[in-house]
Write a protein that binds this ligand. Structure first.
Ligand SMILES: Cc1ncc(COP(=O)(O)O)c(C=O)c1O
Length: 278
């Protein structure tokens, strides 16, 4: 499609937009007596017209049932999160059993960092987008301090080039590459709240291991299986009496584990290997 910087072209695209009727489902702040032109959907979106009725229904449940609202058939707060799994799985592209709804974003970020930020020796730095949402910055700062590091030294922020407003993927990738020996974690939001820039997460996530998509999938599968191995001590997969995966995959998985294990070793991630093998 060739874009034209004209009102006519914009109106034409609006007319073809299959989702255009959803505009009527939202409440617009008023500006000079007219609906405001609202471009902040990447941060706090507009209020859907239906929200008030749903919130009011729960306030009424609370009013009528008090603490029994947790179990009362009209409210069922105890099972509320289960209702959200199915619709969220479609939005997130995840399986329903992989989803749970809990906490605020910052609390979840801390929980993720507890699992994934494992600084060791000289690998303790976190690389992130410059100008991330303030609470994201504070969460990272808290985690770094919690592990005894100085945020000024341990947090590497990548900013747009002078005169530019968004980050170039190539700059993010080279920042990861240039700091690889000291990095323990790379943290990027999928979308910057302020500029609306969508980051190429596939490229960013793939930067640390040069694996093709098929091998990445196999490796991930092997990691999950290996971590969940119920045997104690965990035997070498080749000596295991009950194999986790079909014979046809065994040689491929062995190869991808050998390759990535070597890279983890070279990058100083002995802790990951220890976690996987013992
Ligand atoms: C982009 C972004 N990050 C983080 C937060 C913080 O979320 P929470 O208050 O759930 O921790 C918000 C909240 O508006 C947000 O918009």
């Amino acid at each position: 499609m060739i874009y034209h910087d004209t009102l006519e072209f914009a109106n034409d695209l609006d007319a073809q937009d299959e989702l255009k009727n959803f505009r009527n489902e939202f409440l617009f702040p008023q500006h000079d007596g007219k609906d405001a032109i609202y471009l902040c959907g990447n941060s706090l979106g507009l209020q859907p017209k239906s929200v008030q009725q749903y919130v009011q229904a729960q306030l009424s449940n609370w009013q009528e049932h008090g603490v029994e609202g947790w179990f009362h058939p009209e409210a069922k707060w105890l099972e509320y999160h289960l209702q959200l799994k199915e619709p969220l799985s479609k939005i997130l592209g995840a399986k329903t059993e992989e989803i749970t709804v809990m906490n605020s974003l910052t609390v979840n970020l801390h929980l993720l960092l507890v699992s994934f930020y494992k600084p060791i020796n000289n690998k303790y730095k976190i690389l992130m987008e410059g100008g991330a949402f303030p609470s994201d910055q504070y969460a990272i700062e808290s985690q770094v301090k919690f592990h005894g590091f100085d945020p000024k030294d341990a947090i590497i922020e990548v900013f747009p080039r002078e005169g530019e407003y968004t980050l170039r993927t190539e700059d993010i990738l080279s920042a990861i590459e240039n700091n690889a020996d000291e990095l323990a974690l790379v943290m990027f939001s999928g979308l910057n709240y302020y500029t609306g820039q969508v980051f190429d997460m596939k490229a960013i996530a793939g930067q640390h291991l040069c694996l093709c998509p098929q091998c990445t999938k196999l490796l991930h599968h092997a990691f999950v299986k290996r971590t969940a191995c119920p045997r104690d001590p965990k035997p070498q997969c080749k000596d295991c009496p009950t194999h986790c995966y079909a014979k046809v995959y065994r040689e491929q998985i062995r190869e991808v584990m050998r390759f990535s294990g070597m890279r983890l070793l070279l990058r100083g991630r002995i802790d990951y290997l220890f976690h996987l093998f013992f």
